[in-house]
Ligand binder design. Structure first.
Ligand code: NDP
Length: 320
């Protein structure tokens, strides 16, 4: 059954749904699988990038159950099929505004439709920040990555450059040294943002070297993918081309919370504050996945929190 509808006047709009899920990464799909199996007949907004960040990756080797790994887009397609199979309704539209001040919650979409929800699961994810260099998006999975845990393994005995000066950049670099023969960290200042303990670990790692006060201005590549970068020194004003097998961006993530417009409690970095049962500060609104997690950011942890949100929501409804 194809439950997807993308007409401008959506037949699913102007109705009250028991459960609405915003987002279709592993968190949103898993929440949909659980809540549809609980007969909550959820409506899911797919967003501008159905399947989320995993659709931008290639081989996923750390999702349990796939000993040979699975391609990110295929994993997400499988999750969608599983959610559809249990009766989830998908709408190809993005949420641009919500009113969480009273129940039912009101949801406004990009296509100009409105929907009403008794309960809401927000799983709108976060996007890795990019440098916005030419050809970047095409090079993801071909030497450019935003996830060291996912892709570090592919750089055994290779040379890797990591961009960023926060905890992620340093933790990623330390992780990649388990495989790579050399990791260069390119940071735009001469002082790191990362915690002191992480700095000590990175600085004492013989495989790690820092390139200070520098940014990347160009990614060099051939048909196989990334093979070099142009690095610009902000202090001296000079550029150099450097050979590299891999390039990792670790310059932070932007949570997709702009549509919430201050209606729900966020932390200082803009991530939704959820408790350990995925409750937000709004009664009946739950959050899961990367939109409420700047720490783990893994497909499996996002999926796990999606299951938790759906179970918490089901019990919340039972108790009403
Ligand atoms: P952060 O925002 O902390 O750091 C981002 C880094 O990227 C900064 O050094 C920043 O430079 C740099 N940067 C940002 N934009 C650009 C750009 N356009 N060009 C070049 N460099 C750029 O993000 P993280 O992902 O590192 O960390 C997020 C949160 O998660 C933090 O609170 C962190 O402490 C936490 N975390 C904790 C870990 C742990 O405890 N083990 C592991 C990983 C993350 P600048 O410093 O100049 O602003």
């Amino acid at each position: 059954m194809n439950n997807t509808n993308n007409n401008n006047t959506n037949p699913h709009s102007n109705k009250k749904w028991k459960t609405v899920i915003i987002g279709t990464g592993p968190a949103g799909y898993t929440a949909a699988i659980y809540s549809s199996r609980a007969n909550l007949n959820p409506l899911v907004f797919e967003g501008n990038q159905p399947g989320g960040q995993l659709t931008l990756t290639t081989l996923v080797e750390n999702f349990p159950g796939y000993p040979e790994g699975i391609m990110g887009p295929e994993l997400m397609e499988n999750m969608k099929k599983q959610a559809s199979h249990f009766g989830t309704t998908f709408v190809q539209d993005s949420v641009v505004d919500v009113d969480l001040s009273k129940k039912p919650f009101k949801i406004i979409t990009q296509n100009g439709n409105q929907y009403f929800a008794e309960t809401l699961i927000i799983a709108s994810g976060a996007d890795a920040k990019f440098l916005n260099l030419e050809g970047e998006k095409e090079l993801i999975g071909r030497g450019l990555s935003t996830c060291a845990t996912c892709d570090g393994f592919f750089y055994r005995n290779k040379i890797v450059h990591v961009v960023g000066g926060g905890d992620t950049a340093l933790e990623d670099s330390i992780f990649i040294t388990k495989f790579a023969k050399k990791v260069y960290i390119i940071h735009r200042r001469d002082e790191l943002r990362a915690s002191k303990i992480m700095q000590e670990k990175a600085k004492s790692n013989p495989k790690i070297e820092f390139i200070w006060n520098s940014t990347i201005t160009k990614i060099l590549h051939d048909t196989a993918g990334v093979n070099g970068i142009t690095v610009y020194n902000l202090k001296t004003g000079t550029s150099e081309n450097r050979a590299t097998d891999g390039l990792f961006y670790a310059i932070g993530h932007i949570p997709n919370t702009s549509f919430l417009k201050g209606q729900i409690e966020l932390n200082s970095e803009g991530f939704i504050k959820a408790n350990n049962r995925q409750y937000t500060n709004i009664d009946g609104v739950f959050a899961c996945g990367d939109v409420q997690d700047s720490f783990y950011r893994q497909a499996i942890t996002a999926a796990g929190s999606g299951a938790m949100a759906a179970i918490a929501l089901e019990r919340y409804l039972e108790a009403l």
